[in-house]
Design a binder for this molecule. Structure first.
Ligand SMILES: NC(=O)c1ccc[n+]([C@@H]2O[C@H](COP(=O)([O-])OP(=O)(O)OC[C@H]3O[C@@H](n4cnc5c(N)ncnc54)[C@H](O)[C@@H]3O)[C@@H](O)[C@H]2O)c1
Length: 359
């Protein structure tokens, strides 16, 4: 059995999950680590007994590897993507791929031109609850989904020492860091692309974030599903409340926890029926599923999942929400045959938003 030789770039909060997942996988091993902070790079390199550097290109010049996991903030990743392509390393990059649609599209084009696989870390797709929800809609018991309510309400204390700090100062932290997962899940589970988005983002008076911690959106998907979305990192109770309800032709499906708690009911059922889910460890099982898909692709030639090109569609939703809010307009994506009155078509790829990550 050959083992996949990996570099881990970015040794902050999220890297702890990746270190645990890689350590548990006999078909892969770390062969070097990178962090822009020289003390952090040296400390982790010493702890793991591995070569380390402050820049990926410096490491690829002296150590051979097969793939890289990018766990850096989404701003300023161009040198890392270039270095990975130059060294012919398959890339697994944490979401969001970049902090603007044009930059993310340029990374997808760069990897494509170099013949390098680019996967994005959309770990929530690999939860048992996500797979079960997708199956529920596919097996026709409930009939086709028609409309949904997706609510994610969290008091996220961004000053805690064990989490990243850059969202405190970036533009649209909730949208780019968190809603991106939710929009990806909607596209994945409903199996449809968005057509129209109207939205409002704002920052509650007590928010610790410099920019908008609240996102409200109405999203129309190409298969007719209408979703009402509310996401916040500034809910005013120290908890994480999650609810994703979908009303279908014959009944409803309700996911009541970010990691599980799925049930369904037909219209006249007296009580919902819980769906039995495989055991999972939050953050670890989902990242493990994602990593196994990456390994299957790179090592065994399985089709690439969560591709960078696919991720661009979710990033376009993110961008559309911020533009819809700023301009008080409905934004049309994936243009239907004829534009509707009062609906403003936007070429999201041409929008040059302000740099999002100031941190
Ligand atoms: N999928 C998930 O569930 C999930 C969860 C948390 C974070 N993330 C994502 O992971 C990424 C990193 O988040 P984090 O929480 O680890 O952030 P963090 O700020 O805690 O850590 C980032 C690390 O990257 C280093 N770094 C910055 N620029 C670099 C560069 N050019 N080269 C090398 N190292 C550099 C920093 O010094 C820091 O150590 C983000 O994209 C974030 O959205 C994903």
């Amino acid at each position: 059995m050959t083992t996949l030789r990996l570099f881990l770039v970015g040794l902050g909060a999220r890297s702890r999950v990746w270190r645990q997942v890689i350590a548990a996988e006999p078909r892969a091993r770390l062969v070097g680590v990178v962090d822009a902070d020289p003390d952090r790079a040296a400390a982790v390199g010493a702890e793991l007994g591995l070569p380390y550097a402050t820049d990926l290109a410096l490491l690829t010049a002296r150590v051979d590897a097969d793939a890289v996991i990018l766990v850096t903030p989404p701003s300023g990743r161009a040198p890392q993507i270039k270095a990975a392509c130059a060294a012919r390393l398959a890339i697994l990059a944490e979401k969001p791929l970049a902090d603007s649609v044009p930059e993310a599209a340029s990374f997808v084009a760069m990897a494509d031109a170099a013949g390098i696989s680019l996967m994005v870390g959309l770990n929530f797709r690999y939860l048992a609850v996500t797979q079960a929800l997708k199956t529920l809609f596919a097996d026709d018991r409930l009939g086709p989904p028609a409309f949904g309510l997706f609510a994610y309400e969290r008091w996220r204390d961004g000053r805690q020492p064990h989490i990243n700090r850059y969202p405190l100062t970036m533009q649209h932290p909730m949208l780019w860091e968190q809603s991106i997962h939710h929009f990806d899940l909607m596209r994945y589970v409903y199996g449809a692309e968005p057509l129209r988005i109207s939205a409002r983002t704002w920052n509650p008076p007590w928010s610790m974030y410099a920019h908008d911690a609240n996102v409200a959106a109405l999203i129309t998907f190409a298969n007719g599903v209408e979703v009402t979305y509310q996401g916040t990192w500034a809910a005013n109770r120290n908890s994480l409340d999650f609810k994703w309800r979908t009303d279908c032709a014959r009944g409803i499906a309700v996911q009541a926890d970010m990691f599980g708690d799925l049930s369904f009911a037909l219209r006249d059922d007296p009580a919902p029926t819980p769906v039995t889910l495989a055991r999972h460890e939050p953050w670890i099982s989902d990242a493990t599923g994602l990593f196994e898909a990456f390994l299957a692709h790179v090592s065994d030639g399985a089709p690439l999942q969560c591709s960078g090109a696919d991720h661009l569609q979710s990033l376009r939703m993110v961008e559309a929400v911020s533009v819809a809010s700023a301009k008080s307009q409905t934004i049309t994506l994936n243009t239907p045959p004829a534009a509707e009155p009062g609906c403003h078509r936007l070429q999201i790829d041409q929008v040059q938003p302000e740099r999002r990550n100031k941190g």
